[in-house]
Design a protein around this ligand. Sequence first.
Ligand code: ADP
Length: 628
Amino acid sequence: MANAQKTKAQPADEVESLRRRVRELEAVNARLDQQVAEQTAALARADARFLQERRERERVEDALRHRAEFETLIALLSKHFLNLSPQEIDEGITYALRVIGEFAGVDRSYLFLFADEKKTRLDNTHEWCAEGIPPQRQHLQGVPVEAIPWWMRQLHQLQTIHIPRVADLPREAAAEKALLRAQGIRSLIVVPLTSGGTLSGFLGFDAVREEKAWRPESARLLTIVGEIFAHVLARRQTDKTLQEREEQFRQLAENIREVFWMSVPGMSQLLYVSPAYEEIWGRTCESLRAEPRVWLETIHPEDREFARAALEKQRHGELTDAEYRIVRPDGAVRWIRDRSFPVRNAQGEVYRVVGVAEDVTERRRAEESLREAKEAAEAANRAKTEFLATMSHELRTPLHIVLGYTDLVLEEEFGALSDKQKNVLRRVRKNARVLQDLITAVLELSRLEAGQLPVNRRKVQVAPLLAEVEVELQDLLEQSGLVYASSLADPLPALYTDPDKLKVVLKNLIGNAVKFTERGNITVAARTREEGVEVSVTDTGIGIPAEMLARIFEPFYQGDSSSTRPYGGAGLGLYIVKRLLELLEGTVTVESQVGRGSTFRIWLPASAGLRVPVFDLRRGQWVLRVKG
Ligand code: ADP
């Protein structure tokens, strides 16, 4: 019973306690659940964070690896370029385009360079394409910059152009968009190339099969590639220019007939000799290079000392200009003109000598034959002058006798004459005088030409000299029926000249004035001009046409040379005037008007003959200067 009671009492308690326990357990359970949930959530959060961190780490690692690989690639490429010869650079660039293209996973990589100095056109110079991607290079030659304005603007500002989606290009890049679409390009990146701080072209990478975006890091690395390319291209340009210059110099030196040479001073070593040496010297360049001193032995023994002296001068940094003879192996002698110039280093020391040697044999020969011809001509002229002088003399003597007897007959020394006889005799006399004048002129001229006319200078006053001339021409002037007047300035400076020659000049001019003047006056005037005296002879005669003026001072020139001409003379008068004035250091000029008359002006320096030859350093020649 007790058990029953116990049992009776027990169930109620037990149930209660069981319920309690259940509740307690439930509470514990709920707490546990919550704890589990909380911990699970915390774990999930930690896991997510961990995942994110891992991804981030992986991304960074990936980027770092990519960058490291890219950097290694760039380092390899720049090393590759370093070892390339200028001829291999094109191939090297194409190779680099391939390596970077493949590394970056693009479809096409390429280089554009300006095609002209003015930078108006671009050429696609190098290109690499992935398999199955059509090349574009041949279509992209001479592309005008106006075709891609938006693009060019950015490139000129040296900005990289990154276009992840061609479809997203802005409206102002419509031209570029059309161009890229036509080539099937979806994404691209373009890096400017510079040379000397300005744009010289660009480097580009296209994605055709699918869109591609470049990491900023990669874009930056690409600019380094651009710099390497620009550097390599600039080097190629320099090499090319250098090569062209060398080529030009070589062409110049090797095709010119002169020998160019370069040696150390004193010729102990020859640095260069152009091939013309072989032709002129008849020896090989090699033989001269091997033994430069042999050059002296090629020189004619008579000129060797002189050549040695030139070498000595070169050693002291002097310019030389020497002409010497060489003897070729075949025994032929040639004349050489050899000029040399010192080349100095920064310290001013002569460390090289450059020279030009040319074969002047022909010139020397021509000079020689010219000299011979001149001597022959001079000898012939002398013979002619002597002949003329003799002839004139031989002619004058009988003419003198003719005139003398004519005068005597006319003066009726041998009996009375009829008027008719007198007239005939007067004509004989007149013509004999013309002949006499002519012979005098020819004689004068021949002596002038032979340089046999000595200048006998004295102090001469112009006025009395003119008076003498008037007296000597009195007959002529009176017979002419012209009015003769003279007008002399007072005072006139005295001249130091040859009065006889001055008289010949004046008589010729006044004689011509009378001869060519029908009626009117002849005026002789004298005045001071430019430290000398000017004498003019003016007539009112037929005048001289303008086209003749320049020629009347030529020997044997006559205004009217027809056989029916009314005036006497041989066309020598004015030539003699001119030559005499040259001797007296004076001048003669003429002004004339047809039908109105002529004025001949002569001028003589007061100081002529008082001058002495002085060497004018500035002009490098002898000039006459007044003594004292
Ligand atoms: P010539 O008088 O013997 O013919 P000149 O040498 O004295 O030779 O003169 C050359 C030419 O110049 C003359 O033939 C003449 O035509 C022209 N001439 C010279 N003096 C005069 C002058 N005073 N008036 C016109 N013509 C003149």
